[in-house]
Write a protein that binds this ligand. Structure first.
Ligand code: HEM
Length: 392
């Protein structure tokens, strides 16, 4: 373990304990507001949540590599491609994959998304009292995303465990990791089995990514990894973005009324969700050189955990950060920044838009219907269970 940095106050807190995670994003924000960077003694890494420093480090791949992360471990389930790479390896893969995620390439899915969103929301509104996570967010994403990838129908629900486990291994090997690691074994077997050339649907996204291997653009075994990385990155994040959005409107009913009065604000609403309750909690980097960022000194080799949760609540950047305000201006970091900026953001926006447009049409008010429960995961943040009453 690396010796504590003399340039940062030491914390003996555990941001990866279940108690801490249940209080997100507030607990991360409190840690990060106590100092611009804090050394987490238990994990031997720096924790940073200042918007300005996170904004500066995320794109700075020359000084902060993505190839070594805090709590790096040999059991990580994140497919070691793209998000774990720097240029030139990263550039080659990213350029090859990007063609499938442009607005033009994705436009052909918009109608299917709208139809499915309307079906899911109509069914939920008919029932009235529902779990917004299971009955809206997961129900929608579990249909449209695997359809688009070209996965078989049987066993799709296992993808939720797969995504959850992959995000959990972004953090340390703790009790949360162990529990999910064991539970997710069937999910990993399912994903491995069903993302091969002979099991994916011809013409679907997985098959087109595998073509990159056959065409020699990337190595065939890396193309398989890329399919799994895409599934891991695109599932829980979108489920949580939708769930966290519903959770935010539940607490701020005036914002729901505002959104219904002008449905074009859905785009702003997603931006505000990414700031207020961002699904991707923490991004890892390691300093390649001794350096200084916004007055904070890092030593060569320091692992750095960049807390997007805290950056979204940084009072130096955001006025009244705990207020959910869909008219807010200014760029947030919920999709990251720089060369690793979320590759699936156009898709995530389309999914969020489809669900919220359907909600706007069919639901006049969203009311609480019981105690919600936060998702306990090392790196993915949001609601695990959110009972609501939809008023038509
Ligand atoms: C609201 C939903 C989403 C959020 C909040 C989110 C967040 C992020 C963040 C913060 C990063 C940057 C990682 C870093 O800097 O190390 C990232 C990268 C990435 N995301 Fe997303 N994501 C979302 C949806 C998706 C979807 C739907 C897909 C694809 C189907 C996807 C695919 C990726 C990929 C492949 C990367 C790696 C890009 C690279 O390393 O160049 N994401 N995402």
């Amino acid at each position: 373990m690396i010796a504590p940095s003399p340039f940062m106050p030491l914390s003996d807190g555990d941001p990866f304990s279940a108690e801490w995670i249940a209080r997100l994003p507030y607990a991360d924000a409190e840690l990060c507001q106590s100092a611009p960077a804090t050394w987490l003694d238990k994990y031997g890494c720096a924790a940073v949540g200042s918007h300005a420093i996170v904004r500066a480090i995320l794109p700075d791949w020359r000084r902060f590599t993505s190839t070594a992360k805090p709590c790096d471990d040999p059991f990580s389930l994140v497919p070691p491609i793209l998000v774990t790479e720097d240029p030139p390896e990263h550039t080659l893969v990213r350029n090859a994959l990007m063609q499938f995620f442009t607005p033009t390439a994705l436009a052909r899915h918009a109608d299917a998304f709208a139809v499915e969103a309307d079906r899911v929301v109509a069914e939920a509104a008919e029932r009235g009292t529902i779990d917004a996570v299971k009955d809206i967010a997961a129900a929608f994403v579990l249909k449209v995303f695997p359809d688009m990838i070209g996965l078989k129908q049987d066993g799709r629900e296992l993808i939720l465990d797969f995504g959850e486990a992959a995000f959990n291994t972004v953090g340390p090997i703790n009790a949360i990791f162990q529990e999910l690691f064991e539970r997710a074994a069937p999910a990993f077997a399912w994903v491995e089995e069903n993302t091969r050339r002979d099991t994916v649907k011809p013409g679907g996204l997985a098959s087109r990514i595998l073509d990159l291997g056959d065409q020699g653009i990337i190595a065939p075994e890396r193309a398989e990894l890329l399919v799994r990385a895409t599934i891991a990155a695109g599932f829980d994040t979108t489920v949580l973005a939708i769930a966290n959005g519903i959770g935010a409107f539940l607490c701020f009913p005036d914002q729901w009324a505002l959104l219904r009065s002008d449905p074009k604000l859905v785009r702003n609403a997603l931006e505000e969700v990414l700031r207020y309750d961002p699904p991707a909690r923490v991004q890892g980097r390691s300093a390649m050189v001794d350096c200084e960022v916004e007055g904070v000194r890092f030593r060569k080799g320091d692992p750095v955990a960049l807390f997007l949760t805290a950056a979204g609540r940084d009072p130096d950047r955001w006025e009244e950060p705990d207020r959910f305000d869909i008219m807010r201006k200014g760029a947030n970091l919920g999709f990251g920044a720089g060369i690793h900026l979320c590759l699936g953001q156009v898709l995530a926006r389309m999914e969020f838009d489809a669900v919220f447009q359907a909600l706007i049409r069919r639901v006049s008010a969203i009311e609480p219907a019981g105690e919600g429960r936060r998702f306990i995961n090392n790196a993915a943040v949001g609601w695990g269970h959110l009972p609501v009453r939809l008023v038509s």
